[in-house]
Design a protein around this ligand. Structure first.
Ligand code: ADP
Ligand code: ADP
Length: 234
């Protein structure tokens, strides 16, 4: 049962004669899986993110997420990027609740059931090792802590799919490896499918159940590996 299915997708920027960013792209991710897409800069990783979230519609081929053909931007996907952008005048907790205020459906529920969402935010904060930091402001948190909070924010609306675009790229090596454990804990404890886009092969192999290796110009999948050896757990 696939949550994400990309079939024979071509994505060209700038119309006829423009840049063929990806061509003949095929990627299928099973529900509950942790998938990684790894490849050099320019291979189409950001393009892939935008195809899955409906920010781009491909000229050729199909993108299906949760059984639905993607034809417009979708809100069932959570996203986290390299640089967490938290609002400095809001506490960590209120930053985590932010996505709920943007989507209509959630805004109404947030008003009626604020305590439940706060409890959910606190549960997520605990999983990522930030128990008790909900009332701190972003400037009181280190970069790694902000990225942990950022992951909570991406998960607060309980998305079926979490897309991570180089989420650990800006962190030092020690902090990055701590975050690897955090993201694995989140995957183990939340009912969520994860697609991680990275240029770090070691990170991909350490984290994912399935790794897609892409080549550039035009971007396409060269290899797909199912990873089923046990990896160290703390
Ligand atoms: P990655 O994220 O792997 O670096 P991108 O998806 O950003 O790759 O880009 C894939 C290819 O498409 C690159 O050759 C890039 O220059 C090109 N590209 C990306 N976005 C645009 C755009 N908006 N207009 C034109 N070309 C683009
Ligand atoms: P990354 O490799 O981290 O994805 P890039 O530097 O490739 O970042 O791209 C940054 C932004 O510039 C992206 O939004 C991408 O769509 C856009 N972009 C990349 N290449 C081109 C291009 N040739 N023409 C126009 N926009 C581009």
């Amino acid at each position: 049962d696939h949550l994400v299915r990309i079939e024979n997708v071509d994505m060209r920027y700038g119309g006829e004669g423009g840049v063929l960013a990806v061509s003949g792209l095929n990627i299928a991710v099973e529900k509950g899986e942790f998938a990684a897409v790894v490849g050099p800069s320019g291979c189409g990783k950001s393009t892939l993110m935008r195809l899955v979230t409906g920010l781009h519609i491909p000229q050729t081929g199909s993108v299906v997420v949760a059984g639905q053909q993607v034809t417009k931007p979708v809100s069932i996907v959570g996203m986290a990027f390299q640089n967490p952008t938290m609002l400095p005048w809001r506490t960590t907790l209120d930053n985590i609740l932010l996505p709920l205020e943007i989507v209509d459906k959630h805004r109404k529920r947030l008003r009626a059931h604020k305590a439940e969402y706060v409890a959910q935010a606190e549960r997520l904060l605990e999983i990522v090792g930030l128990k008790g930091f909900g009332d701190k402001f972003p400037w009181q948190l280190s970069g790694g802590m902000q990225q942990r909070a950022n992951l909570c924010r991406a998960l607060i609306h309980e998305p079926e799919l979490l897309m991570l675009d180089e989420p650990f790229g800006a962190l030092d090596a020690f902090t990055r490896e701590e975050l690897w454990q955090v993201i694995r804990d989140l995957h183990a404890q939340q009912d969520v499918t994860i697609v991680l886009v990275t240029h770090d092969l070691r990170e991909a192999v350490y984290l994912a159940d399935r790794v897609f290796v892409m080549s550039a110009r035009p971007g396409r999948v060269l290899h797909e590996h199912k990873i089923d050896f046990p990896r160290p757990r703390e």
